[in-house]
Design a protein around this ligand. Structure first.
Ligand code: DGP
Length: 114
């Protein structure tokens, strides 16, 4: 897959407001926040889209979700609630082709999202 700017963020070649990191996952604040809290959780091993996942990636994707929940608890808004989103391809609104989980919190979310 073609490298994206998220690989440069992982390598600290471009700046980002990094808020969480473990061996497999990095998280940083979205540059265009859609909520008071808007953090992107990415695997350090790049996968382009949800469509490219294979069974061996299941643990990695689980770790993204767990990292988001851990962050929400740590920041104190887990009980109030939040939304997680993974966009896929153009109709899903994906613009960066390094899979990422959006964590949105700090306000009431609406449904349907539009
Ligand atoms: P998506 O549309 O699901 O592919 O989300 C990509 C998100 O990435 C979008 O909300 C804006 C964010 N983004 C794009 N470029 C940068 C960047 O250079 N830094 C940060 N922190 N976020 C970025």
């Amino acid at each position: 897959m073609a490298e994206t700017l998220f690989s440069k963020i992982i390598r600290r070649e471009i700046p980002a407001d990094i808020v969480y990191e473990d061996d497999d996952v990095l998280a940083f604040r979205d540059i265009q926040p859609q909520a008071p809290v808007h953090v992107l959780f990415i695997p350090k091993r790049a996968v382009a889209t949800l469509n490219d996942l294979v069974v061996d990636d299941a643990l990695l994707i689980g770790k993204l979700v767990l990292a988001a929940a851990t962050f929400a608890k740590r920041e104190g808004f887990a009980d109030a609630g939040y939304r997680t989103v993974i966009n896929c391809n153009p109709d899903g609104g994906q613009s960066v082709y390094h899979i990422h989980l959006h964590l949105l919190g700090g306000r009431q979310m609406q449904w349907p999202p539009g």
